[in-house]
Design a binder for this molecule. Structure first.
Ligand code: KIV
Length: 302
């Protein structure tokens, strides 16, 4: 584990817009970076108002929002709609987090040109500040190409859901000495390629700590222990939306699934018993207008 000094995030975050140097400064100060996914205007606004540093419009939206079984089917056009909505919501808060959009499967893998074009659309059309890409290897060229076009790139190593099948399923990575050493090499490579930050997903805490000490860019963990420079959770996991089981690294800070279910059951009961809507939900009409209306109605019926 890292022995670097740590301090809590400020209780009242500074106003304005979070920028890349702010995240680097947090790494240097040992002030953990808070990242959460968001996929629409209300979640973007709520996350920003709650003071998170980074909003990730993750391709996890394929599963959490669109109901797919994996992240693979989501398209650039679908991600653009979600990113634009989250950006608009976040922009309404006093302090706007950095907005990072995931480049979905097949949007960046084929060529540098595809990668620049897809990344550019997120910045130009959807208000993203940066994009995230999964993997090292061939992805290194894509990181170089996108950053070369002036668009900041967040890297993502460890369990990379877009290649989960090739990795043997949704399982922790870097659990052998050889795999862990490869992960450290990949982290150093994505930094050298120009990434400004690195998500580490589902890797042992000791390996994430070793990576964090060996790169100058901030690391943001999910299922990667407590020594990374920041943490990210998926909106639906953190808030307990959806009735599925959560991975072991998730902490549910609320049970909105149950709360929503209970509220809708109460609404249905109220509709069926005609106790909703009540008088206070109803628009009034002046007595003389109502009387005239009834006279007109009767005349029309003759
Ligand atoms: O898509 C996503 O939500 C992500 C996070 C799990 C890091 O990539």
């Amino acid at each position: 584990m890292s022995t670097r000094p740590r301090r809590s995030a400020p209780a009242t975050p500074a106003l304005g817009k979070v920028a890349l140097p702010d995240l680097l400064a947090q790494k240097h100060a040992g002030a953990p970076i808070v990242m959460i996914t968001a996929y629409d205007a209300p979640s973007g606004f709520t996350a920003a108002e709650a003071g998170v540093d980074v909003i990730l419009v993750g391709d996890s939206a394929a599963m959490t929002v669109l109901g797919h079984a994996s992240t693979m089917p989501i398209t650039v056009d679908e991600m653009l709609v979600l990113t634009a909505a989250a950006s608009r919501g976040a922009a309404r808060a006093a302090r706007c987090p950095l907005i990072v959009a995931d480049l979905p499967f097949l949007s960046f893998q084929p060529s540098d040109r595809d990668a620049i074009f897809a990344a550019g659309r997120f910045v130009k059309e959807a208000g993203a500040d940066a994009v995230k890409v999964e993997g090292a290897g061939p992805t290194l060229d894509r990181i170089r190409a996108i950053t070369g076009a002036g668009i900041p790139v967040m890297a993502h190593l460890g369990l990379t859901p877009q290649s989960a099948t090739a990795l043997g399923g949704f399982r922790a990575q870097g659990r052998t000495a050889a795999a862990a050493l490869r992960l450290v090499e990949e982290a150093i490579a994505v930094e050298a390629a120009g990434a400004f930050a690195l998500v580490l997903e589902c890797v042992p805490a000791e390996i994430a700590a070793a990576v964090t000490e060996r790169v100058a860019i901030p690391t943001i963990g999910i299922g990667a222990g407590n020594a990374t420079d920041g943490q990210v959770l998926v909106w639906h996991d953190l808030l307990g939306i959806g009735d599925g089981s959560s991975p072991r690294f998730v902490e549910r800070y609320a049970d909105l699934h149950q709360a929503s279910h209970d509220a809708i059951v109460r609404f249905a009961d109220d509709v069926r018993s005609r106790s909703f809507p009540a008088v206070r939900h109803t628009y009034a009409i002046a007595g003389d207008e109502l009387a005239a209306f009834r006279v007109g109605l009767a005349a029309a019926a003759r």
